[in-house]
Ligand binder design. Structure first.
Ligand SMILES: [Zn+2]
Length: 416
């Protein structure tokens, strides 16, 4: 018996989330550690309870609901996130949570009780926050959140630990959210592709083979503040120019890497000059950037190259530089067996499929270190994501939810 997700239920739940956003921001914004994020996770808690899950919010802000299995003890896990980037879209993360809710309803309505407990998770703070940290909830659940992260401050001097309080989370208590993954047989995350390949190929489901590695940095250049009109070019200690040279080095390193190994990328996503004055030589410049690659060894090389490029750009101007590397996420291959069961489910439903590498990071990459994991992608219109134009047709989401549900049913049979 195959299942057919109900579009009206999925649509109305996606709309409810889309209405729960920061009115001051363009697009659909529900950034972690804001009132709207809190509202989004409360919504997830309420919905989980409505569909009959035994649900709570853990010490790390993850919303976790359990559907009791016939035998229990062993678990299957699914879910994604409800936080967004600034000015983001309505689908990234959300379809994995709404899809899981619909999967639970379908299992119940079709009388298909699993042997496994089914654990549904809305992971806290998947998107990179202003402290440069991402997948915070899944890292806490897996016990891999570095306690040093709590002391990191933003531009106003507020620490990550302080900001967590807005989300109703006590930093010291987060370690208690650690999950016993020894009971978990598989994790499957449904997500939008966030790239153009499925749409270009006219393919319905993407079977993720591996998830990109990510390495992030903050570089702080310290020069000297001087009058822009009276200080000779040769006499300047311009932190802004050293930073600008480093931004170009990020691009150069990534382009070289990509020519050898497609999928390597480099981005300077934030640059700040102090003072921000048109007639003052820049004293302080900060860059926040990242590299991504399917290969961990290339990330190590890129880190070294960037650190030395920043040192060179600084040294030739008499500027001091500190480059701090944030915790690196290594590339994560998905589990062959779990992927094979998902593939069988997709075939049984008569859906077309293609293998894809994920250039975006996901909670699944964190969980994959602890549990056999797979990801299912559905097409993103024109590949757009992390922007208000992000779009996936409801019909494609419906197919994705059917694939997720059928995958869980298959994994339940083999894993018990
Ligand atoms: Zn996402």
């Amino acid at each position: 018996m195959t299942v057919t997700p109900y579009l009206d239920r999925v649509e109305s739940e996606l709309k409810e989330l889309a209405d729960m956003v920061d009115a001051d921001q363009p697009g659909w914004t529900r950034q972690a550690m804001t009132e709207t994020d809190l509202a989004g996770r409360q919504w997830a808690l309420k919905r989980m309870r409505e569909v009959g899950l035994d649900a709570h919010i853990d010490e790390a802000g993850n919303v976790i609901g359990v559907l009791k299995g016939r035998r229990g003890g062993r678990q299957l896990m699914t879910g994604s996130h409800t936080d967004t980037v600034e000015a983001g879209g309505r689908f990234d993360g959300m379809i994995g949570v709404v899809g899981a809710l619909e999967a639970v309803r379908l299992l119940k309505e079709t009388g298909q009780q699993l042997d496994h407990d089914l654990v549904v998770v809305d992971f806290f703070n998947e998107e990179p926050n202003r402290f440069g940290l991402s997948c915070v909830g899944s890292r806490a659940m897996t016990g891999t959140l570095n306690p040093q992260a709590f002391g990191v401050t933003d531009e106003t001097g507020t620490s990550f630990a302080q900001s967590l309080q807005i989300a109703g989370i006590e930093a010291e208590a987060m370690h208690r959210s650690r999950w016993d993954f020894s009971r978990t047989d598989a994790f499957v995350e449904l997500h939008i592709e966030q790239g153009p390949r499925l749409e270009e190929m006219g393919t319905e489901i993407g079977m993720v083979t591996s998830i990109t590695g990510v390495s992030r940095f903050r570089a702080l250049f310290t020069g000297r503040r001087d009058h822009a009109g009276t200080t000779g070019m040769e006499a300047r200690v311009d932190a802004g120019c050293a930073a600008a040279g480093t931004v170009l080095a990020v691009e150069r390193i990534a382009e070289q890497g990509n020519s050898e190994l497609p999928g390597s990328k480099g981005t300077s996503g934030g640059v700040r000059f102090t003072p921000e004055a048109i007639n003052v030589v820049t004293e302080l410049a900060e860059i926040r950037g990242e590299f991504r690659s399917p290969q961990g060894s290339w990330l190590r090389e890129a880190e070294e190259q960037l650190s030395s490029a920043a040192a060179q750009e600084a040294a030739r101007r008499g500027v001091d530089v500190e480059v701090a590397w944030l915790p690196t996420q290594d590339p994560r291959p998905m589990n062959d067996q779990v992927v094979a069961h998902c593939r069988d489910a997709v075939d049984q439903l008569g859906l077309s499929r293609a293998e894809l590498f994920s250039g975006a990071e996901h909670d699944a990459a964190v969980i994959a270190d602890h549990v056999p994991t797979a990801m299912l992608f559905v097409p993103s219109h024109k590949g757009r994501s992390h922007c208000p134009e992000e779009w996936t047709d409801l019909g494609d989401i419906q197919k994705g939810i059917a694939a997720l549900t059928e995958s869980l049913i298959r994994l339940d049979r083999v894993g018990s």
